[in-house]
Design a protein around this ligand. Structure first.
Ligand code: ADP
Ligand code: 5GP
Length: 185
Protein backbone atom coordinates (compact mmCIF):
# COMPACT_ATOMS: atom_id res chain seq x y z
CA UNK A 1 0.00 0.00 0.00
CA UNK A 2 1.01 3.58 -0.63
CA UNK A 3 2.61 5.50 2.23
CA UNK A 4 1.19 9.02 2.47
CA UNK A 5 3.33 12.12 2.00
CA UNK A 6 4.08 14.71 4.66
CA UNK A 7 3.57 18.33 3.54
CA UNK A 8 5.01 20.99 5.82
CA UNK A 9 3.39 24.39 5.35
CA UNK A 10 5.06 27.38 7.00
CA UNK A 11 4.48 31.12 6.78
CA UNK A 12 4.80 34.26 8.88
CA UNK A 13 1.70 34.73 11.02
CA UNK A 14 -1.05 36.45 9.03
CA UNK A 15 0.17 35.37 5.57
CA UNK A 16 -2.98 33.26 5.11
CA UNK A 17 -1.67 29.79 5.83
CA UNK A 18 -4.68 28.58 7.86
CA UNK A 19 -7.14 29.93 5.27
CA UNK A 20 -5.29 28.16 2.45
CA UNK A 21 -4.85 24.88 4.36
CA UNK A 22 -8.53 24.74 5.34
CA UNK A 23 -9.65 25.14 1.75
CA UNK A 24 -7.17 22.59 0.39
CA UNK A 25 -8.19 20.07 3.05
CA UNK A 26 -11.85 20.46 2.14
CA UNK A 27 -11.23 20.27 -1.62
CA UNK A 28 -8.86 17.29 -1.83
CA UNK A 29 -9.54 13.69 -0.83
CA UNK A 30 -7.25 11.48 1.16
CA UNK A 31 -5.49 14.22 3.06
CA UNK A 32 -5.49 14.89 6.79
CA UNK A 33 -4.53 17.80 9.01
CA UNK A 34 -2.02 17.27 11.77
CA UNK A 35 -3.65 18.70 14.90
CA UNK A 36 -0.80 20.16 16.95
CA UNK A 37 -0.61 20.56 20.69
CA UNK A 38 -0.09 24.04 22.08
CA UNK A 39 0.13 25.94 25.33
CA UNK A 40 -1.48 28.99 23.62
CA UNK A 41 -4.97 29.89 24.80
CA UNK A 42 -7.79 29.17 22.31
CA UNK A 43 -9.01 32.07 20.18
CA UNK A 44 -12.74 32.71 19.93
CA UNK A 45 -14.11 30.14 17.50
CA UNK A 46 -11.37 27.58 18.07
CA UNK A 47 -12.41 24.16 19.36
CA UNK A 48 -10.17 21.90 21.42
CA UNK A 49 -9.08 18.98 19.26
CA UNK A 50 -9.95 20.70 15.95
CA UNK A 51 -7.45 23.54 15.34
CA UNK A 52 -5.24 22.44 18.22
CA UNK A 53 -5.22 20.33 21.30
CA UNK A 54 -4.85 22.97 24.04
CA UNK A 55 -2.70 21.79 26.95
CA UNK A 56 -0.78 23.39 29.83
CA UNK A 57 2.98 23.86 29.93
CA UNK A 58 3.54 21.07 32.44
CA UNK A 59 1.76 18.53 30.24
CA UNK A 60 3.63 19.83 27.18
CA UNK A 61 7.00 19.33 28.87
CA UNK A 62 6.04 15.84 29.99
CA UNK A 63 5.17 14.91 26.40
CA UNK A 64 8.55 16.25 25.22
CA UNK A 65 10.36 14.06 27.73
CA UNK A 66 8.34 11.05 26.64
CA UNK A 67 9.37 11.60 23.03
CA UNK A 68 5.79 12.07 21.83
CA UNK A 69 6.60 14.88 19.37
CA UNK A 70 7.88 14.57 15.82
CA UNK A 71 9.01 18.17 16.37
CA UNK A 72 8.25 20.99 18.75
CA UNK A 73 9.21 24.65 19.13
CA UNK A 74 8.58 27.77 21.13
CA UNK A 75 6.87 30.21 18.79
CA UNK A 76 5.76 33.75 19.74
CA UNK A 77 6.14 32.84 23.47
CA UNK A 78 4.05 29.64 23.38
CA UNK A 79 4.95 25.99 22.88
CA UNK A 80 3.68 24.09 19.83
CA UNK A 81 4.34 20.47 18.87
CA UNK A 82 3.37 17.81 16.34
CA UNK A 83 2.33 14.46 17.87
CA UNK A 84 4.26 11.72 16.10
CA UNK A 85 1.52 9.10 16.55
CA UNK A 86 -1.06 10.87 14.38
CA UNK A 87 1.37 11.52 11.53
CA UNK A 88 2.49 7.91 11.57
CA UNK A 89 -1.09 6.62 11.65
CA UNK A 90 -2.26 8.73 8.71
CA UNK A 91 0.67 8.09 6.38
CA UNK A 92 0.53 4.36 7.15
CA UNK A 93 -3.14 4.45 6.09
CA UNK A 94 -1.97 5.91 2.78
CA UNK A 95 -3.24 9.41 3.53
CA UNK A 96 -1.21 12.56 2.91
CA UNK A 97 -0.90 14.90 5.87
CA UNK A 98 -0.51 18.66 6.20
CA UNK A 99 1.62 20.04 9.03
CA UNK A 100 0.90 23.73 9.61
CA UNK A 101 4.04 24.49 11.62
CA UNK A 102 6.63 27.23 12.01
CA UNK A 103 10.05 27.36 10.32
CA UNK A 104 11.93 25.87 13.30
CA UNK A 105 9.57 22.88 13.19
CA UNK A 106 9.90 22.68 9.39
CA UNK A 107 13.67 22.30 9.68
CA UNK A 108 13.29 19.54 12.32
CA UNK A 109 10.82 17.60 10.18
CA UNK A 110 13.07 17.80 7.11
CA UNK A 111 15.92 16.38 9.15
CA UNK A 112 13.88 13.50 10.59
CA UNK A 113 11.85 12.82 7.45
CA UNK A 114 13.96 13.91 4.46
CA UNK A 115 11.22 12.80 2.04
CA UNK A 116 8.80 15.39 3.46
CA UNK A 117 7.85 18.28 1.18
CA UNK A 118 8.33 21.84 2.43
CA UNK A 119 6.07 24.65 1.22
CA UNK A 120 6.49 28.26 2.32
CA UNK A 121 3.65 30.75 2.02
CA UNK A 122 4.78 34.35 1.75
CA UNK A 123 2.69 37.53 1.93
CA UNK A 124 2.93 39.88 -1.09
CA UNK A 125 4.56 42.49 1.20
CA UNK A 126 5.22 43.21 4.86
CA UNK A 127 2.65 46.03 4.76
CA UNK A 128 0.00 43.61 3.52
CA UNK A 129 1.01 41.10 6.22
CA UNK A 130 0.44 43.73 8.90
CA UNK A 131 -2.91 44.65 7.38
CA UNK A 132 -4.06 41.00 7.42
CA UNK A 133 -2.85 40.39 10.93
CA UNK A 134 -4.76 43.43 12.18
CA UNK A 135 -7.76 42.66 10.00
CA UNK A 136 -8.14 39.23 11.60
CA UNK A 137 -8.87 40.99 14.91
CA UNK A 138 -7.82 38.00 17.00
CA UNK A 139 -4.68 39.40 18.63
CA UNK A 140 -3.76 42.20 20.99
CA UNK A 141 -1.39 44.99 19.85
CA UNK A 142 1.39 43.39 21.85
CA UNK A 143 0.92 40.01 20.17
CA UNK A 144 0.72 41.66 16.73
CA UNK A 145 4.02 43.45 17.40
CA UNK A 146 5.75 40.18 18.40
CA UNK A 147 4.42 38.39 15.32
CA UNK A 148 5.52 41.16 12.95
CA UNK A 149 8.98 41.24 14.47
CA UNK A 150 9.28 37.45 14.10
CA UNK A 151 8.02 37.63 10.49
CA UNK A 152 11.29 39.18 9.32
CA UNK A 153 13.27 36.26 10.79
CA UNK A 154 10.83 33.67 9.43
CA UNK A 155 11.09 35.12 5.90
CA UNK A 156 14.81 34.27 5.93
CA UNK A 157 13.94 30.56 5.87
CA UNK A 158 12.05 30.85 2.58
CA UNK A 159 14.96 29.53 0.49
CA UNK A 160 15.24 26.39 2.60
CA UNK A 161 11.76 25.37 1.40
CA UNK A 162 11.21 23.42 -1.80
CA UNK A 163 8.30 25.62 -2.87
CA UNK A 164 7.27 29.19 -2.19
CA UNK A 165 3.73 30.38 -2.84
CA UNK A 166 3.04 34.10 -2.72
CA UNK A 167 -0.43 34.55 -1.28
CA UNK A 168 -1.55 37.63 -3.19
CA UNK A 169 -4.66 36.27 -4.90
CA UNK A 170 -6.17 33.72 -2.50
CA UNK A 171 -7.78 31.50 -5.15
CA UNK A 172 -4.52 31.29 -7.08
CA UNK A 173 -2.56 30.41 -3.93
CA UNK A 174 -5.03 27.61 -3.11
CA UNK A 175 -4.74 26.26 -6.67
CA UNK A 176 -0.94 26.31 -6.45
CA UNK A 177 -0.88 24.29 -3.23
CA UNK A 178 -3.32 21.77 -4.69
CA UNK A 179 -1.10 21.40 -7.77
CA UNK A 180 1.98 20.75 -5.61
CA UNK A 181 0.20 18.07 -3.57
CA UNK A 182 -1.23 16.34 -6.65
CA UNK A 183 2.23 16.21 -8.20
CA UNK A 184 3.27 13.72 -5.51
CA UNK A 185 0.33 11.36 -6.03
P1 ADP B 1 -2.17 32.57 9.13
O1 ADP B 1 -2.81 31.24 9.35
O2 ADP B 1 -1.06 32.51 8.13
O3 ADP B 1 -1.75 33.27 10.39
P2 ADP B 1 -4.86 33.44 8.27
O4 ADP B 1 -5.22 32.32 7.36
O5 ADP B 1 -5.50 33.51 9.62
O6 ADP B 1 -3.25 33.52 8.45
O7 ADP B 1 -5.10 34.80 7.48
C1 ADP B 1 -4.90 36.07 8.06
C2 ADP B 1 -6.00 37.01 7.58
O8 ADP B 1 -5.77 37.34 6.20
C3 ADP B 1 -7.40 36.42 7.66
O9 ADP B 1 -8.30 37.40 8.10
C4 ADP B 1 -7.68 35.99 6.21
O10 ADP B 1 -9.05 36.00 5.92
C5 ADP B 1 -6.92 37.02 5.39
N1 ADP B 1 -6.40 36.54 4.08
C6 ADP B 1 -5.87 35.33 3.79
N2 ADP B 1 -5.46 35.26 2.50
C7 ADP B 1 -5.75 36.47 1.96
C8 ADP B 1 -5.57 37.03 0.63
N3 ADP B 1 -5.02 36.34 -0.38
N4 ADP B 1 -5.97 38.30 0.44
C9 ADP B 1 -6.53 39.01 1.46
N5 ADP B 1 -6.73 38.55 2.72
C10 ADP B 1 -6.35 37.29 2.97
P1 5GP C 1 -1.05 30.41 15.78
O1 5GP C 1 -0.84 30.77 17.22
O2 5GP C 1 -1.26 31.63 14.93
O3 5GP C 1 -2.11 29.38 15.57
O4 5GP C 1 0.30 29.74 15.26
C1 5GP C 1 1.53 30.40 15.45
C2 5GP C 1 2.63 29.68 14.71
O5 5GP C 1 2.86 28.39 15.29
C3 5GP C 1 2.33 29.42 13.23
O6 5GP C 1 3.50 29.71 12.50
C4 5GP C 1 2.03 27.94 13.18
O7 5GP C 1 2.34 27.37 11.95
C5 5GP C 1 2.97 27.44 14.26
N1 5GP C 1 2.63 26.10 14.73
C6 5GP C 1 1.40 25.55 14.90
N2 5GP C 1 1.50 24.29 15.32
C7 5GP C 1 2.82 23.99 15.39
C8 5GP C 1 3.56 22.82 15.74
O8 5GP C 1 3.05 21.76 16.06
N3 5GP C 1 4.92 22.93 15.71
C9 5GP C 1 5.57 24.08 15.37
N4 5GP C 1 6.90 24.06 15.33
N5 5GP C 1 4.89 25.19 15.02
C10 5GP C 1 3.54 25.15 15.03
Amino acid sequence: MRIGKVFVISAPSGAGKSTICKRVLSELDNIAFSVSMTTRKPRPGETDGVEYKFIDEQTFKKLISEGEFLEWAKVHNNFYGTPLSLVREKINQGQDIILDIDVQGGMQVKERLPESILVFIAPPSMAELEKRLRGRKTETEEVIATRLKNAEEEMKYKDKYEYCIINDDLEQAIAELKTIIKKYR
